[in-house]
Design a protein around this ligand. Structure first.
Ligand code: GCV
Length: 674
C-alpha cells in the first residue's frame, strides 16, 4: 500500500481516537501502520507475543531477539534482559523468553515516551522475585474495597466463555513487569479450591502463562473442614496435612506452574492455626510442606489483631517477631507497609527489619480504600517511595499490591488510578525509580508526550497524595474515617459493641488538653519496636518528624510547632492547604483541555469536582469536631466552615464496602446542609 495513503489512515485513526478515548487501552495506546522487521530463531507462545507486539508497534530499525547463555546475561537472572543498538539493528537479549518479552515492552515504552532510541545500551533485572497483585475479588463478582465495578473474573461463564479482557489484563501486567496474580479475596471462600473452580482457574492460568504471570490463590484455613468434611483444620493433625497435600497435587496436575497460596489467618474472623493453639508458623509450614515438592510458596499475612489489649500498632510485631526463623524457606511473611492499615500516611511497619531470619514481602494497597476511593486523584508512588526511605528493598523477597482493577471500561474507575497500577508494577521491578520519572512515563503513554501536558500534570500527580493527607489526616492523624466503607470523615464515630481499636476516638485521642496517640516510651511504647536510632527520634516530641507527630504523641493544643504556630493553628492550615491544593489541581486540569480527548477530560474534571467538595467536607468535619475539644478560633487565612457539624454527623452514605459513592450521595457545599 502507498505510504502516504497509509499515513493518512494512521492520522485519521489517531484523530478519531483523540475524540473517542475511554481509557480502556490504559498506557498501551500505541498505534502503528507498518510492520517492523523482527527476527528471532525461537518459537514459543511467549516469543510469539513479543514478536507480534514489536512487529505491529515498533517503528524503528530491525529488532532481533536472542537467547544468550553468557555470564553477563546469567547475572541478570531469569527475568533480566539487555537492549543494545548497533548500526543496523537493535538486539534484545536474555537467558529466557520471558526476559525477551520484558525487553520488548521496555523498547516500546521508550518509543511511546518519545525517547531517543538510536544508541541504547540497557541492562535490567527485577529487584524482587515475587511481584504480585492481590485481588480482593469475591466469587460472587463483588470486590472488597474495589471501586471500579465488578470483578474481571466471570466465574459463572468460565470455563466455557473466556473474556478478551483476561488477555488484555495479562498484557498490561507484563508490560510493567508484574509476574503473579492472586485471583481471589484474602477473606477466602473455600469454594475456590473445589474441583469445579480449579478448572476455571486453570483456564485463566493458561491465558496468563505466556505473559509470565503465575496464578496464586487465597485459601481459607478451614478448607479441610468446610470443603473436605474433616472435623478439624488443626495444622498438626495428619489427616489435615494429608488433605492439603492431595489438594495441592490436584492443583498442580491442572496448573503445573501454580504459584502457591496467600493466607489471611486469625484476623478479622478468619480461621487459622491459633484456633487450635498453634502458631502462625505451624500453620504456614504445614501448607508449605505440601507446596514444596512443586516449587510453590506460601504468602502468610501478618495483618493480625492479637487477643491482647496492646496498642493496635504494636500487635503484628508482638505476634510475629517471636516466630522469626521458625518458618520454612518457601514461606514469605507478607506485611502491610504500615503497622495499622493502609492509612493515607503511616510510619513503616517495624516488623520490617525485625525478622532477619524470615523472608518478608511488603503489601501495598493500590486500591484507594482510605484515599477517596476512585473519586480522588491520589498518585501513590510517592507514598511507596516513602516506605523505601526506611526499608531497604534488599531486605525484601517480594511485593504485593492490592489491586484497583475491576470490569469498568477504564479498568480502575478514575483515569488517574491507572497510574497507581502502572507505578506499582514499575516500582516492583525497580524501587529505585523516582515517582516523578514514573509519573512522566505514564502520562506520556496514557495521554500525550507533549511537555505542555506532561510537566504540569506531573506536578499535580506528585503533589496529590500529600494533598489527600492534608485534607484528611495531617500531622500523623489516622483512622478517623467513616465506619465500614471508609469514605468521608467520621472522627466522632461510635458503634456500640465495636472493638475499641476500630473506632476513631481510639486513634485521635482528642481531649481538652490536646490531640494524638501517645506511643512514646511513656505511652504505649510502640516507638521501641523500631531500631534504637529511629525510636529515639520518634520518641522525642522535638525530633519526631511532624508528619508523624500525632501518630507518636499526644500533643497540647498550644504546643508550638516548627512553623512557630500552635498545634491547633497548624492543623487548621494543613486542612486548608489540602483544600487549596485540590482547587489548584482543578485549575491545572482545566488548562489541559487541548491535550486530552473529551471523554477522559470530562471524566477527570467531574471527579476533581467531587474531590474538591470532599476536601472541604473533610476540613469542616474534622476541624469543627476537634474544635469542640480545643475551643480555639480559626486562624486568619483559614476559611470559615460551610458545613455544620450537627448536620455532618447525620451523614450516612448508602454504600457498601464494594462501592464508590456518586456525587449525589455526598454532602455538597450548596446543599441543604448549609
Ligand atoms: C480484605 C482492612 C480492610 C478489609 C480487608 C483487611 C485485610 O481491614 O478494611 O476490607 O479485608 O484490611 O487486609 O485483610
Amino acid at each position: 500500500m502507498n505510504k502516504k495513503y497509509l499515513l493518512g489512515i494512521c492520522l485519521l485513526s489517531f484523530g478519531l481516537t483523540l475524540f473517542a478515548e475511554d481509557g480502556s487501552k490504559l498506557w498501551l495506546r500505541q498505534a502503528s501502520c507498518e510492520k517492523a522487521s523482527v527476527c528471532c530463531s525461537i518459537s514459543s507462545p511467549t516469543i510469539a507475543i513479543a514478536r507480534e507486539e514489536l512487529a505491529s508497534l515498533w517503528r524503528g530499525k530491525a529488532v532481533e531477539l536472542q537467547l544468550f547463555a553468557d555470564e553477563a546475561h546469567r547475572k541478570l537472572g531469569k527475568e533480566g534482559y539487555t537492549i543494545r543498538t548497533s548500526d543496523e539493528k537493535i538486539v534484545l537479549g536474555s537467558t529466557t523468553e520471558q526476559g525477551l518479552l520484558y525487553a520488548a515492552y521496555h523498547l516500546l515504552r521508550l518509543q511511546a515516551e518519545g525517547a531517543d532510541c538510536t544508541r541504547l545500551d540497557i541492562a535490567e533485572e527485577p529487584a524482587f522475585d515475587v511481584r504480585v497483585l492481590n485481588h480482593w475479588d469475591n466469587l460472587d463478582g463483588t470486590i472488597e474495597r474495589g471501586y471500579a465495578g465488578k470483578s474481571l473474573w466471570q466465574w459463572d461463564e468460565l470455563s466455557d466463555t473466556v473474556s478478551a479482557r483476561y488477555q488484555e489484563y495479562a498484557r498490561a501486567n507484563a508490560s510493567v513487569g508484574i509476574n503473579g496474580t492472586v485471583l481471589n479475596n484474602v477473606n477466602a471462600s473455600v469454594k475456590i479450591l473445589s474441583s469445579e473452580y480449579l478448572e476455571k482457574v486453570r483456564v485463566l492460568a493458561d491465558i496468563f502463562r505466556p505473559y509470565g504471570i503465575k496464578v496464586y490463590l487465597s485459601v481459607n484455613f478451614a478448607s479441610p473442614m468446610q470443603l473436605g468434611g474433616l472435623s478439624t483444620a488443626d495444622p498438626l493433625n495428619e489427616e489435615v496435612a494429608e488433605w492439603w497435600k492431595k489438594k495441592v497435587h490436584e492443583i498442580y496436575s491442572l496448573i503445573p506452574d501454580f504459584g502457591g497460596f496467600l493466607v489471611k489467618a486469625n484476623s478479622e474472623g478468619q480461621p487459622g492455626p491459633c484456633d487450635y493453639g498453634r502458631t502462625h508458623a505451624e500453620g504456614a509450614n504445614m501448607m508449605a510442606r505440601a507446596l514444596k515438592p512443586y516449587g510453590g510458596i506460601v504468602m502468610w499475612r501478618a495483618f493480625v489483631y492479637s487477643p491482647s489489649d496492646a496498642d493496635r500498632a504494636k500487635q503484628a510485631y508482638l505476634e510475629f517477631k517471636p516466630l522469626d526463623g521458625k518458618f520454612l524457606d518457601n514461606v514469605i511473611v507478607q506485611v502491610k507497609n504500615g503497622p495499622i492499615d493502609f492509612q493515607p500516611r503511616e510510619p513503616y511497619s517495624p516488623l520490617f527489619g525485625a525478622m532477619p531470619h524470615t523472608p518478608l514481602m511488603a503489601e501495598f494497597q493500590v486500591t484507594q480504600e482510605y484515599l477517596g476511593h476512585s473519586n480522588h486523584l491520589a498518585y501513590l508512588a510517592t507514598m511507596w517511595k516513602e516506605f523505601y526511605r526506611y526499608v531497604s528493598p534488599a531486605s525484601l523477597k517480594g511485593v504485593a499490591g492490592v489491586a484497583n482493577i475491576g470490569d469498568d471500561t477504564n479498568w480502575c474507575g478514575h483515569d488517574f488510578a491507572q497510574a497507581n497500577w502502572y507505578a506499582y508494577g514499575r516500582l516492583a521491578w525497580n524501587p529505585l525509580l523516582s515517582s516523578e520519572e514514573i509519573a512522566k512515563e505514564w502520562l506520556a503513554q496514557t495521554f500525550t508526550s507533549d511537555p505542555k501536558f506532561v510537566e504540569p500534570m506531573t506536578q499535580v500527580m506528585m503533589d496529590s497524595r500529600e494533598a489527600v493527607v492534608d485534607y484528611m489526616m495531617p500531622l500523623g492523624l489516622h483512622h478517623i474515617f467513616a465506619w465500614s466503607h471508609h469514605y468521608g470523615p467520621e472522627p466522632w464515630c461510635e458503634v456500640s459493641g465495636a472493638r475499641a481499636d476500630w473506632l476513631p476516638s481510639y486513634y485521635h485521642q482528642a481531649d481538652k488538653k490536646g490531640l494524638g496517640f501517645d506511643r512514646s516510651r511513656s505511652g504505649s511504647d510502640a516507638v521501641s519496636q523500631y531500631p534504637d536510632s529511629l525510636a529515639h527520634v520518634f520518641n522525642s516530641l522535638e525530633l519526631c518528624p511532624e508528619e508523624f507527630l500525632l501518630w507518636f504523641h499526644h500533643v497540647d493544643w498550644n504546643h508550638s510547632l516548627k512553623s512557630g504556630r500552635t498545634l491547633w493553628d497548624e492543623l487548621c492550615y494543613k486542612y486548608q492547604q489540602g483544600v487549596d491544593k485540590v482547587r489548584e489541581f482543578q485549575k491545572v486540569w482545566n488548562q489541559m483541555k487541548p491535550y486530552v480527548d473529551e471523554e477522559r477530560f470530562q471524566a477527570v474534571a467531574k471527579r476533581l469536582d467531587i474531590q474538591a467538595n470532599d476536601a472541604v467536607w473533610w476540613k469542616d468535619a474534622c476541624l469543627e469536631y476537634f474544635r469542640t475539644y480545643s475551643h480555639m478560633k480559626y486562624p486568619e487565612g483559614v476559611e470559615a466552615p460551610v458545613f455544620k457539624l450537627k448536620e455532618l454527623k447525620k451523614v450516612k452514605l448508602p454504600i457498601s464496602n464494594y462501592e464508590c459513592p456518586s456525587a449525589d450521595m455526598l454532602p455538597r457545599k450548596n446543599s441543604s446542609l448549609e
